[in-house]
Design a protein around this ligand. Structure first.
Ligand SMILES: Cc1cc2nc3c(=O)[nH]c(=O)nc-3n(C[C@H](O)[C@H](O)[C@H](O)COP(=O)(O)OP(=O)(O)OC[C@H]3O[C@@H](n4cnc5c(N)ncnc54)[C@H](O)[C@@H]3O)c2cc1C
Length: 422
């Protein structure tokens, strides 16, 4: 029986009620749906994209359940950088495909995702030169607009950069960043407009298994029967699927973002910049601000509990991130701290996600472990997961992101020592 055949009629149980949060115009008033064709757990950028693509493909009754508000997890704390610099063809293609959606958002999804084109530079010293050139060749072979720039040209492209220790950089003209909350809410609004039910304030307490396969989900407000459940629950996914016997090596870790106001002399917003030597990334923000985060893979050791971690930044972190950014952009020594925040990465051993149907639990699809770079891929993820469910075949790209690759030792390897960049 396919997901599409299995739906049956939707019965409503007014007793069940259920919570709705706010009145964003997205939230369906919740008279509870007792059966659905697909339940999506999690209203981050991936869950919302999956719900959108499912209903757009006519996948039947789709219900998205979010325990808090849409984008209230890591998505809402994301710097949402959209670049295509990856060491493998599959992810590079997904990043490019997703970029085209962000660029043409109103026509393809509706509403806005807040995409702002800035350009992206990743600069390297001699040790990473070969990897950078290899990545640029790979990107160009799949149609990404990227080229290598030497140190002299770098100074013209980004006059505030200290370039003496850099030998080359990759320059992606079309890169930029989005508003991750708008991206998620407009995916959800698009899904709702096409017939999905988007329910906020409703936590899935358990995935139901009957006769060895997925039978639906349980929530405090009652259960929903469905033959297919997609777990797109970010750092909470591991626990949800563990309860049905699926073990995923995903560890939540805490990652701060510091906000600095540029001094008035730093008048032109910089491009997005990733720096291996000083292990930071920086992107411009409105109001003459810059957001600075770390790309030190060692940060994965900063384990955090997603339901109770320090969401702020302390003075030591501000000083450290400010110093890293000022070594590359010396003018920032005259900048001002504007605080910051911290979010959670759900990190896998190879810093790549699991996007797979779980063979041992028919009907269970997992999208998790997006490892701090999963925002930019969410349009492609929604489309691929929809093919996985509707066509009942694993698209070739998803062979890459199989859940069993950790057990079988087929981890995804990047070209750089710094796997956080992919
Ligand atoms: C500080 C920071 C900076 C980042 N910067 C970038 C970047 O520049 N570029 C990039 O591409 N990526 C970036 N990322 C990563 C990116 O934001 C994430 O990979 C992406 O947002 C993950 O989205 P998601 O939908 O898979 O999961 P999440 O955003 O984790 O959403 C999961 C949702 O599931 C809900 N949920 C959990 N359990 C349940 C349950 N039992 N029942 C119902 N709902 C449940 C949660 O409340 C949550 O809203 C960054 C992340 C952080 C934290």
């Amino acid at each position: 029986m396919t997901a599409l055949e299995a739906g049956g009629s939707i019965r409503r149980d007014e007793r069940a009620g259920g919570g709705t949060i706010g009145d964003s115009g997205i939230v369906g008033s919740l008279s509870m749906t007792e059966t659905a064709d697909v339940v999506v757990i999690g209203g981050g950028c991936n869950g919302a994209s999956i719900a959108f693509h499912l209903v757009a493909r006519g996948a039947g009754r789709v219900v998205l359940l979010e325990k808090g508000a849409l984008a209230s997890g890591p998505t809402g704390r994301s710097t949402a950088i959209v670049r295509q610099h990856y060491s493998n063809e599959v992810t590079a293609r997904m990043a490019l495909e997703s970029l085209r959606v962000f660029q043409d958002w109103e026509a393809r999804v509706g509403g806005t995702c807040g995409f702002t084109q800035t350009g992206f530079l990743v600069g390297v010293g001699e040790g990473d030169r070969a990897a950078l050139l290899g990545n640029v060749d790979l990107q160009r072979s799949v149609g990404i607009d990227v080229r290598v720039v030497e140190a002299e040209e770098l100074s013209c492209l980004e006059p505030q950069l200290f370039t003496e220790d850099l030998v080359a950089a990759a320059y992606e003209r079309e890169a930029g960043y989005c508003d991750p909350v708008l991206t998620t809410t407009s995916f959800a609004a698009g899904a709702k407009a096409r017939g999905a039910r988007i329910v906020q304030g409703r936590e899935v307490t358990r995935i139901r298994i009957e006769a060895g396969r997925v039978a639906g989900v349980e929530t405090a407000a009652g259960s929903i029967a469905a033959p297919v459940v997609v777990t797109a629950a970010g750092p909470w996914a591991r626990r949800l699927v563990q309860a049905v016997g699926v073990s995923l090596p995903i560890e939540p870790s805490r990652h701060p973002v510091c906000v600095f106001r540029r001094p008035s002399e730093f008048d032109r917003p910089p491009m997005i910049y990733a720096d291996f030597a000083n292990q930071f990334y920086m992107r411009p923000e409105t109001g003459d601000l810059c957001l600075v985060g770390s790309i030190d893979p060692g940060d994965a050791a900063h384990r955090a509990e997603p339901d109770g971690y320090d969401t702020g930044v302390d003075l030591d972190t501000i000083t450290d991130f400010g110093a890293r950014a000022s070594r590359r952009f010396p003018i920032l020594e005259r900048g001002f701290s504007r605080g910051g925040w911290a979010g959670i990465y759900d990190v896998t051993p190879d810093w790549h996600p699991v996007i797979d149907r779980i063979e041992a639990v028919p009907g269970l699809v997992v999208v998790a472990g997006t490892s701090g770079h999963g925002f930019k891929l969410c349009p492609a993820v929604g489309a691929l997961v929809t093919r996985l469910i509707v066509d009942e075949r694993r698209p070739e790209a998803l062979e890459f992101f199989r859940a069993d690759r950790f057990a079988t030792g087929r981890l995804i390897r990047g070209k750089y020592a710094y796997s956080i960049v992919g």
